[in-house]
Design a protein around this ligand. Structure first.
Ligand code: FRU
Length: 491
């Protein structure tokens, strides 16, 4: 293998072969695969430097980064797209949705999650990043949904917090009908922040109408919220099986290979009871004679059984896309990582790319990687996905010293790279542009759009485009449309 070195196993062979989306085949991101990240990490860098190769590293974000908006924190962000992930402008405006929270409400940045509301932002289309304000020039439009609309999904169950978590926005027609697919959450917590019952996560949808004039854009609707899916405990882990289950971030799309159907990917976990010794030799993925293979029982004894991420697949069963049924997961990361978040399907040169974000702290014992975005490539939406870049899966990580401690954004280890938490929630856009948000650059916390970067995707490889923008960094929050829906009739 291209990256073979002592102490590093061979990655698992993956054929990329496509299967029918309905069949029971789940590709594995194995421990042997994930250990290829370590194979590319330099064990000799001075403490606190970046041990990862520059071509897989998000360039350093300036600690003096501009705020997107002083009155609203932003994190996970998604543009309005069609079902092929083309980003639309509407009557001359670009529009994005972001998770938002109030920086003046008195809670810390890391407590934003239980207070998250989906907000929207807009700016004039067709202006080069260099001619925009440094922060990207996004105008905050407010909350997308009326207060209390999303909570109605849960009826009268006890809840103290009803945040709106990530998803996607799809334009339904050129008149401006927009469907937002998102995660409706219900937390029931003590005043000290302890869960009284497991949080309830529902993949939901609501429809609204986008309007525009020369001053800006606004929405009507988003009053009625429809429940699409709750975890079934069979393919997707439920709150009864594990109070810390992950189930969120729907991304619907059409697959040119299956016309007439609409699918969605989402974040899930393998449906076992928390702590079950459920990993297999196939999850480890070693050749029987690999000198660097691990023992399955030792891996499970290490606690790796608590890291059981998957990427889910569902298919719509009606034309209105309000009824969905689960299909088996398309990817699992059993004993590898607990979170494969905000998955998306990206088509290029006849290949299907699955991108998903993950954190360093959600890796299982014995495997390691930076906060960032991972990629997997195959011949269809369900295939024996090959992890990109030397079989590792790493596409873009924050500058991180993998030889050093993890820390947290709020309690960073002084010997760690100060940019190890600089950005997160990467979303890969047309032409390989990648948007994300700033979490922490050293002690300075974010809640702002990160600079857009670009990756050059070529078969199983992706390389940071170091010529994009300035030293690889484009405009802050540069999220350009690639398809225009023009205004009809006179202006
Ligand atoms: C990713 C994420 C999403 C979730 C949201 C909650 O940053 O964990 O999976 O929807 O943040 O804030």
């Amino acid at each position: 293998a291209a990256f073979a070195q002592d102490g590093i196993p061979e990655p698992t062979p993956h054929s990329q072969v496509a299967f029918d989306p309905e069949v029971n085949f789940t590709a594995r991101w194995t421990r042997a695969d994930a250990r290829q990240i370590e194979a590319m990490s330099d064990p000799t860098v001075p403490a606190g430097e970046n041990s990862l190769p520059p071509w897989l590293t998000m360039p350093d974000i300036d600690a003096g980064f501009p705020e997107t908006n002083p009155d609203v924190w932003v994190w996970d962000t998604w543009p309005i797209t069609d079902m092929a992930a083309n980003q639309i402008s509407f009557q001359g405006w670009e529009i994005v949705f972001s998770l938002t929270a109030d920086p003046h409400a008195g809670y810390a940045f890391d407590d934003r999650h239980v207070n998250a509301r989906i907000g929207y932002f807009y700016r004039k289309a067709d202006i080069p990043a260099s001619e925009r304000p440094a922060n990207g020039g996004w105008i905050y439009g407010g909350n997308a949904f009326p207060d209390g609309a999303s909570a109605k999904i849960f009826g009268d169950i006890p809840m103290t917090h009803n945040p709106e978590w990530s998803g996607s926005a799809r334009i339904v027609n050129n008149g401006g009908k927009v469907s937002v697919y998102y995660t409706a959450m219900a937390f029931n917590r003590t005043p000290e922040g302890q869960d009284i019952n497991p949080a309830v996560a529902v993949l939901a949808r609501t429809d609204g109408h986008l309007h525009a004039n020369h001053k800006g854009v606004w929405f009507t609707g988003f009053d009625d919220h429809v429940e699409l899916l709750r975890p079934d405990g069979f393919y997707y882990q439920s709150g009864e099986q594990n109070p810390f289950y992950n189930f969120r971030d729907p991304f619907p799309f059409e697959d040119p290979a299956h016309p007439g159907k609409t699918f969605m990917v989402f974040e899930g976990n393998t449906a076992v009871v928390r702590g079950a010794r459920a990993c297999t030799e196939a999850d480890l993925g070693y050749a029987p004679d690999d000198p660097d293979r691990e023992d399955l029982d030792e891996v499970m004894d290490s606690g790796a059984i608590f890291q059981m991420a998957n990427v889910g697949l569902a298919v719509a069963t009606n034309k209105q896309l309000t009824k969905w049924k689960f299909l088996p997961p398309i990817l699992s990361a059993n004993c590898v990582n607990d979170q494969t978040e905000r998955p998306q399907i990206y088509l290029k040169d006849g290949k299907y790319y699955l991108f998903t974000i993950t954190h360093r702290h959600t890796y299982a014992a014995g495997v390691d990687g930076p906060d960032g975005v991972m990629g997997f490539v195959g011949d269809g939406i369900r295939s024996d996905f090959e992890p990109m870049n030397g079989g590792s899966g790493l596409v873009l990580g924050n500058p991180t010293d993998l030889n050093g401690p993890v820390g947290t954004p709020a309690m960073q280890d002084p010997t760690q790279n100060p940019r190890t938490f600089q950005s997160y929630s990467h979303y890969v856009m047309p032409d390989g542009l990648v948007t994300s948000f700033i979490d922490a650059v050293g002690p300075r916390r974010g809640g702002s759009y990160a600079p857009t970067v670009r990756i050059e995707i070529n078969d199983t490889l992706s390389v940071l485009d170091a010529d994009y923008g300035v030293d690889g960094l484009g405009g802050y929050g540069d999220i350009p449309a690639n398809i225009a829906i023009p205004r009809k009739g006179p202006k």
